[in-house]
Design a protein around this ligand. Structure first.
Ligand code: F6R
Length: 243
């Protein structure tokens, strides 16, 4: 495990974007596992900036996103596809046909999860998986539980996750109650992991994930077992971790 200490959110975003850039430069047709949320937003902005300067080329890159709300269509402004399209895809030269996000409008969970697992398998797995960390320790939408879930599956979101995400919806009733997400096994099979964490509010969770017991109660703690995990976090998020 390698921890990159950033001074603040912007520094974290630049350091994380550097790691993704290195991946894209070293392997132009790589498979990037992508995440949504506030943590990677600055990373995407930095990548777009470098793309605009002519330093990056995404034309051969393929992507698979971690998760999507069940029940939301791509054009819903709270869907994760909408987030990815508007915050990253439309600003760079990635071929939209090479981007993948679970289909939130597929009501048959077994069918959608099998389809998504097959996509990842056919792509030959993920080269670099970008992750954020939930306040409750979730990665993707793998919520704290009795057991580690495996491949792509449908989850019931926890009240704390619904609460954390309600800021994006008009009212809490509008927050979807379920999501499709890559499982812990899918994430752990990525060849390289990049976890970005910012802010004091995540400090205790980050400490538990990196230094606490490996337990499904803190899903991010499983990353301690991954052979190539890179954590880019700011001073505030690392404030409870040993130097
Ligand atoms: C997003 C995802 C989630 C977020 C996590 C942190 O695709 O899978 O696990 O990474 O909820 O969200 P932020 O970054 O908004 O604090």
């Amino acid at each position: 495990m390698r921890i990159y200490r950033a001074t603040d959110y912007d520094d974290m975003s630049r350091k994380a974007a550097n790691i993704i850039s290195a991946q894209v430069i070293m392997k132009p047709n790589c498979v990037l596992g992508l995440a949504t949320g506030s943590s990677p937003l600055g990373t995407y902005k930095q990548l777009i900036d470098w793309y605009n300067k002519g330093d990056l080329d995404f034309s051969e890159v393929k992507s698979v996103n971690l998760d999507e709300y069940k029940g939301l269509s791509r054009d819903n402004d709270q869907s994760y596809y909408y987030f990815m399209y508007n915050n990253f895809f439309k600003h760079v030269n990635i071929n939209l046909e090479n981007t993948n996000v679970p289909n939130g409008t597929e009501p048959d969970s077994d069918k959608e999860c099998a389809r998504y697992n097959k996509i990842i398998e056919d792509l030959g797995g993920v080269d670099l998986q970008l992750l954020g960390l939930g306040f409750n320790g979730h990665i993707g939408f793998n919520e704290p539980d009795e057991a580690f879930e495996k491949m792509t599956h449908c989850v019931d979101l926890q009240p704390s996750t619904i609460e954390a995400n309600k800021r994006f919806f008009e009212k809490i009733e509008d927050v979807p109650k379920q999501a499709y997400t890559m499982g812990i096994k899918t994430i752990m099979q990525a060849r390289k992991i990049l976890l970005v964490v910012s802010g004091e509010g995540k400090a205790e969770t980050l400490y538990q994930a990196l230094y606490g017991p490996i337990t499904p109660h803190v899903p991010g703690s499983i990353l301690q077992l991954h052979p190539d995990v890179n954590i880019v976090a700011d001073e505030a998020a690392l404030s409870k971790c040993p130097r």
